[in-house]
Structure formats: C-alpha cells, structure tokens
Design a protein around this ligand. Structure first.
Ligand code: S3P
Length: 169
C-alpha cells in the first residue's frame, strides 16, 4: 500500500504523514528529504544555485524512483509536485492520494518565520501564498482521490480521518 499526501507548503503533509505511517506500521518517505539526500544539498541551495527548473527535474526523478519501491509506505510530496502534469499523471496511478487542504491564514501563520521555502522568500509572503494557492488549488484537486479539509482539527484527528478514508476506500 502507498498512501500519498499532497497539498500546499505548511499544510501538515510531513507531520500527518509521519504519524499515520507509525500507526499503520509502514515506512514514511518525505520527498523533499529524499531529494536533499540525493543531491547532498538543501532545497533552498538547489533553487539558489541552479533554479527552480532543475529542482523540478530532480523532483520528477525522485517521484518516479520512489514509486518503484516495492514496500508499503506513506509519501509526503513537496507542495509544488502538482506543477508538472507528468507528476500528476504519475500520482494518479496510486489509489490513495490525500489532499490536505489548509487555508491561507493558517499557512501564513505556520510559515511566517520559515526561511527554508525559497518560493516564499523575498516579497510579500501573504500575497505570494494567496496567489500560489489559487493557482494550485485545481491541480491539488485533480491529483487527489480525497480532500481532507484540515481546518480546526488536531494532527491526531486528521490521522484518524485519514484512517477512516483508507478503510472505506
Ligand atoms: C515547494 C514546496 C516545498 C519544496 C520546495 C518547493 C513548492 O515542499 O518542495 O520548497 O513549490 O510548493 P513542502 O510542501 O514540503 O514545503
């Protein structure tokens, strides 16, 4: 079984994914961490030194390779994985694709002091998040098999809702 989390930066994919993997007794894979380990560099340095296109290529390669793993695992993808149609097509081969939906205010609060997301550095963070969210929402919906609106839920409750979805699907 592969359970894949998609959603915007700061929507809780890694936190929820890790806990769900522990509860299901399967591995957890974080795509960003996988890419950093392979490239032996942090994502912000890849963006800074080689640009977003190179990062996106590494991201697609990582996704392809991860999906070949023979074991069961929970996968947390990067928020921009849906910017490439090729990635959406790869993701759609999976049965369980959970979109963790969070609104702008929550994301802004969580990422206010964050310096690790290159796409949110520099300009007005709120405006940037709003624009990217709007642009990406249809793609998150297209790529997912289930949308979980996380508003007002604690991490443990979100994990329970994910388990209920997995059971029913
Ligand atoms: C990105 C999201 C990040 C990371 C990179 C680009 C994006 O992952 O892949 O900074 O384009 O939204 P998280 O969603 O895990 O923060």
């Amino acid at each position: 079984m592969i359970v894949c989390f998609i959603g915007f930066m700061g929507s809780g994919k890694t936190t929820v994914g890790k806990l769900l993997a522990t509860e299901l007794g399967i591995d957890f894979i974080d795509m960003d961490a996988f890419i950093e380990e392979r490239a032996k560099r942090e994502i912000r340095d890849i963006f800074k030194e080689e640009g977003e296109d190179v990062f996106r290529r590494l991201e697609t390669e990582a996704l392809k390779d991860i999906l070949l793993f023979p074991t069961s695992f929970v996968l947390s993808t990067g928020g921009g994985v849906i910017t490439r149609d090729e990635n959406i097509a790869l993701l759609k081969r999976l049965k369980h694709r959970i979109f963790l939906k969070a609104d702008k205010a929550v994301i802004l609060k969580r990422l206010e002091a964050d310096r690790t997301r290159p796409l949110l550095l520099g300009e007005d963070k709120e405006e940037r998040i709003g624009r990217l969210l709007e642009e990406r929402l249809p793609k998150y919906l297209e790529a997912s098999s289930y949308t979980l609106d996380t508003e007002g839920y604690r991490v443990e409750e979100i994990v329970e809702l994910c388990k209920a979805y997995l059971k029913s699907s």
